[in-house]
Design a protein around this ligand. Sequence first.
Ligand SMILES: NC(=O)c1ccc[n+]([C@@H]2O[C@H](COP(=O)([O-])OP(=O)(O)OC[C@H]3O[C@@H](n4cnc5c(N)ncnc54)[C@H](OP(=O)(O)O)[C@@H]3O)[C@@H](O)[C@H]2O)c1
Length: 165
Amino acid sequence: MISIICAMDEKRGIGKDNKIPWHIKDDLLKLKSLTKNHVVILGRKTYDSMVGYYDKTGRPMPGKIYLVVTRDANYKPARDNAATVTSVESAIKKAEEQAEEVFVTGGAQIFQQVMHLTDKLYLTIVGGDYDCDTFFPDYSDFRKVISEESRESEGHKYKFLELEK
Ligand SMILES: NC(=O)c1ccc[n+]([C@@H]2O[C@H](COP(=O)([O-])OP(=O)(O)OC[C@H]3O[C@@H](n4cnc5c(N)ncnc54)[C@H](OP(=O)(O)O)[C@@H]3O)[C@@H](O)[C@H]2O)c1
Protein backbone atom coordinates (compact mmCIF):
# COMPACT_ATOMS: atom_id res chain seq x y z
CA MET A 1 0.00 0.00 0.00
CA ILE A 2 1.34 3.41 -0.96
CA SER A 3 0.37 6.50 1.01
CA ILE A 4 1.29 10.11 0.39
CA ILE A 5 1.76 12.61 3.19
CA CYS A 6 1.72 16.27 2.20
CA ALA A 7 0.88 19.71 3.53
CA MET A 8 -0.32 22.31 1.03
CA ASP A 9 -1.81 25.77 0.98
CA GLU A 10 -5.17 26.65 -0.59
CA LYS A 11 -3.55 26.85 -4.06
CA ARG A 12 -1.99 23.39 -3.68
CA GLY A 13 1.37 25.11 -3.04
CA ILE A 14 3.83 22.92 -1.13
CA GLY A 15 7.17 24.72 -1.21
CA LYS A 16 9.14 27.84 -2.03
CA ASP A 17 12.93 28.10 -2.56
CA ASN A 18 13.23 24.40 -1.63
CA LYS A 19 11.62 24.96 1.76
CA ILE A 20 8.15 24.64 3.23
CA PRO A 21 7.00 28.26 3.69
CA TRP A 22 5.15 27.74 6.98
CA HIS A 23 6.01 26.16 10.29
CA ILE A 24 3.30 24.23 12.09
CA LYS A 25 4.66 22.05 14.88
CA ASP A 26 1.38 20.15 15.13
CA ASP A 27 1.76 19.12 11.46
CA LEU A 28 5.37 18.00 11.96
CA LEU A 29 4.16 15.86 14.87
CA LYS A 30 1.58 14.30 12.57
CA LEU A 31 4.31 13.49 10.01
CA LYS A 32 6.45 12.06 12.80
CA SER A 33 3.71 9.84 14.17
CA LEU A 34 2.64 8.55 10.72
CA THR A 35 6.17 7.75 9.55
CA LYS A 36 7.56 6.42 12.84
CA ASN A 37 9.15 3.01 12.17
CA HIS A 38 8.17 3.20 8.49
CA VAL A 39 9.99 3.34 5.18
CA VAL A 40 9.82 6.78 3.57
CA ILE A 41 10.39 7.55 -0.12
CA LEU A 42 11.34 11.09 -1.04
CA GLY A 43 13.08 13.09 -3.76
CA ARG A 44 16.68 14.23 -3.36
CA LYS A 45 15.67 17.90 -3.12
CA THR A 46 13.20 17.24 -0.32
CA TYR A 47 15.71 15.06 1.50
CA ASP A 48 18.38 17.78 1.33
CA SER A 49 15.85 20.34 2.52
CA MET A 50 14.78 18.12 5.44
CA VAL A 51 18.37 17.43 6.47
CA GLY A 52 19.02 21.20 6.50
CA TYR A 53 15.98 21.72 8.72
CA TYR A 54 16.73 18.89 11.16
CA ASP A 55 20.45 19.79 11.33
CA LYS A 56 19.38 23.20 12.63
CA THR A 57 17.03 21.72 15.23
CA GLY A 58 19.54 19.02 16.22
CA ARG A 59 16.69 16.49 16.33
CA PRO A 60 16.63 13.09 14.57
CA MET A 61 14.54 12.95 11.41
CA PRO A 62 11.23 11.09 11.78
CA GLY A 63 10.92 7.84 9.82
CA LYS A 64 12.94 4.66 10.12
CA ILE A 65 14.52 4.39 6.69
CA TYR A 66 14.67 6.98 3.92
CA LEU A 67 14.93 5.96 0.29
CA VAL A 68 16.23 9.03 -1.53
CA VAL A 69 15.35 9.14 -5.22
CA THR A 70 18.09 10.71 -7.38
CA ARG A 71 19.50 10.22 -10.87
CA ASP A 72 22.97 10.56 -9.36
CA ALA A 73 24.12 7.06 -8.42
CA ASN A 74 27.06 8.60 -6.51
CA TYR A 75 24.83 10.69 -4.27
CA LYS A 76 25.56 10.04 -0.59
CA PRO A 77 22.69 10.85 1.81
CA ALA A 78 23.80 12.97 4.74
CA ARG A 79 22.36 10.71 7.43
CA ASP A 80 22.91 7.02 8.20
CA ASN A 81 19.30 5.86 7.99
CA ALA A 82 19.03 6.67 4.26
CA ALA A 83 19.84 4.87 1.02
CA THR A 84 20.03 6.11 -2.56
CA VAL A 85 17.69 4.77 -5.25
CA THR A 86 17.98 5.83 -8.87
CA SER A 87 14.35 5.50 -9.96
CA VAL A 88 10.90 5.86 -8.46
CA GLU A 89 10.08 2.28 -9.49
CA SER A 90 13.10 0.83 -7.68
CA ALA A 91 12.25 2.93 -4.61
CA ILE A 92 8.75 1.45 -4.48
CA LYS A 93 10.01 -2.09 -5.07
CA LYS A 94 12.62 -1.78 -2.35
CA ALA A 95 10.18 -0.15 0.08
CA GLU A 96 7.48 -2.76 -0.48
CA GLU A 97 9.98 -5.52 0.30
CA GLN A 98 10.42 -3.96 3.73
CA ALA A 99 6.99 -2.67 4.72
CA GLU A 100 3.27 -3.06 4.10
CA GLU A 101 2.50 0.65 4.07
CA VAL A 102 5.02 2.81 2.28
CA PHE A 103 4.98 6.58 2.78
CA VAL A 104 5.89 9.03 0.04
CA THR A 105 6.65 12.45 1.49
CA GLY A 106 7.53 14.52 -1.59
CA GLY A 107 8.39 16.65 -3.27
CA ALA A 108 6.32 17.63 -6.27
CA GLN A 109 8.33 15.62 -8.83
CA ILE A 110 8.00 12.43 -6.80
CA PHE A 111 4.31 13.02 -5.96
CA GLN A 112 3.62 13.51 -9.68
CA GLN A 113 5.21 10.15 -10.53
CA VAL A 114 3.53 8.09 -7.78
CA MET A 115 0.02 9.56 -7.80
CA HIS A 116 -1.35 6.84 -10.11
CA LEU A 117 -0.01 4.11 -7.79
CA THR A 118 -1.15 5.76 -4.56
CA ASP A 119 -3.92 4.34 -2.37
CA LYS A 120 -4.20 7.00 0.28
CA LEU A 121 -3.53 10.70 0.85
CA TYR A 122 -2.79 12.16 4.28
CA LEU A 123 -3.12 15.86 3.56
CA THR A 124 -2.85 19.00 5.60
CA ILE A 125 -4.60 21.93 3.95
CA VAL A 126 -3.15 25.16 5.32
CA GLY A 127 -5.36 28.25 5.04
CA GLY A 128 -3.94 31.01 2.79
CA ASP A 129 -1.73 31.42 -0.26
CA TYR A 130 2.02 31.23 0.42
CA ASP A 131 3.19 32.27 -3.06
CA CYS A 132 4.74 28.84 -3.61
CA ASP A 133 6.90 27.78 -6.57
CA THR A 134 6.16 24.04 -6.17
CA PHE A 135 2.71 22.45 -6.27
CA PHE A 136 0.92 19.21 -5.39
CA PRO A 137 -0.67 17.49 -8.41
CA ASP A 138 -4.40 17.43 -9.03
CA TYR A 139 -5.96 14.92 -6.62
CA SER A 140 -9.60 15.09 -7.65
CA ASP A 141 -9.63 11.27 -8.20
CA PHE A 142 -9.40 10.85 -4.42
CA ARG A 143 -13.07 11.39 -3.57
CA LYS A 144 -13.58 9.19 -0.52
CA VAL A 145 -13.16 11.19 2.70
CA ILE A 146 -11.86 8.87 5.42
CA SER A 147 -11.45 11.63 8.00
CA GLU A 148 -11.43 15.40 8.19
CA GLU A 149 -10.42 17.55 11.14
CA SER A 150 -10.09 21.33 11.34
CA ARG A 151 -7.39 22.67 13.62
CA GLU A 152 -5.79 25.95 14.62
CA SER A 153 -2.35 26.60 16.13
CA GLU A 154 0.57 29.03 15.94
CA GLY A 155 -1.66 31.51 14.10
CA HIS A 156 -2.49 29.01 11.33
CA LYS A 157 -5.84 27.52 10.42
CA TYR A 158 -5.49 24.12 8.77
CA LYS A 159 -7.28 20.88 8.15
CA PHE A 160 -6.11 17.28 8.40
CA LEU A 161 -7.72 15.36 5.56
CA GLU A 162 -7.43 11.63 4.82
CA LEU A 163 -8.61 10.62 1.35
CA GLU A 164 -8.85 7.47 -0.73
CA LYS A 165 -9.89 6.86 -4.33
N1 LIG B 1 4.56 20.81 1.97
C1 LIG B 1 5.02 19.55 2.00
O1 LIG B 1 4.41 18.66 2.62
C2 LIG B 1 6.26 19.21 1.24
C3 LIG B 1 6.74 17.89 1.22
C4 LIG B 1 7.89 17.61 0.51
C5 LIG B 1 8.54 18.61 -0.18
N2 LIG B 1 8.05 19.87 -0.15
C6 LIG B 1 8.71 20.94 -0.92
O2 LIG B 1 8.78 20.55 -2.28
C7 LIG B 1 9.94 21.14 -2.87
C8 LIG B 1 10.82 20.06 -3.48
O3 LIG B 1 10.09 19.40 -4.49
P1 LIG B 1 10.70 19.19 -5.96
O4 LIG B 1 9.60 18.69 -6.82
O5 LIG B 1 11.41 20.44 -6.36
O6 LIG B 1 11.84 18.11 -5.71
P2 LIG B 1 11.78 16.59 -5.17
O7 LIG B 1 10.63 15.86 -5.78
O8 LIG B 1 11.93 16.58 -3.71
O9 LIG B 1 13.17 16.04 -5.74
C9 LIG B 1 13.44 16.12 -7.12
C10 LIG B 1 14.66 15.28 -7.41
O10 LIG B 1 14.32 13.90 -7.30
C11 LIG B 1 15.09 13.17 -8.26
N3 LIG B 1 14.17 12.54 -9.21
C12 LIG B 1 12.94 12.95 -9.62
N4 LIG B 1 12.39 12.06 -10.47
C13 LIG B 1 13.30 11.05 -10.60
C14 LIG B 1 13.32 9.84 -11.34
N5 LIG B 1 12.29 9.47 -12.12
N6 LIG B 1 14.41 9.05 -11.26
C15 LIG B 1 15.47 9.39 -10.46
N7 LIG B 1 15.51 10.54 -9.74
C16 LIG B 1 14.44 11.36 -9.81
C17 LIG B 1 16.02 14.18 -8.93
O11 LIG B 1 17.17 14.21 -8.11
P3 LIG B 1 18.63 14.59 -8.68
O12 LIG B 1 18.54 16.02 -9.10
O13 LIG B 1 19.54 14.38 -7.51
O14 LIG B 1 18.91 13.64 -9.81
C18 LIG B 1 15.23 15.46 -8.80
O15 LIG B 1 16.02 16.63 -8.89
C19 LIG B 1 10.64 21.90 -1.75
O16 LIG B 1 10.21 23.25 -1.76
C20 LIG B 1 10.14 21.19 -0.51
O17 LIG B 1 10.23 22.02 0.64
C21 LIG B 1 6.93 20.19 0.54
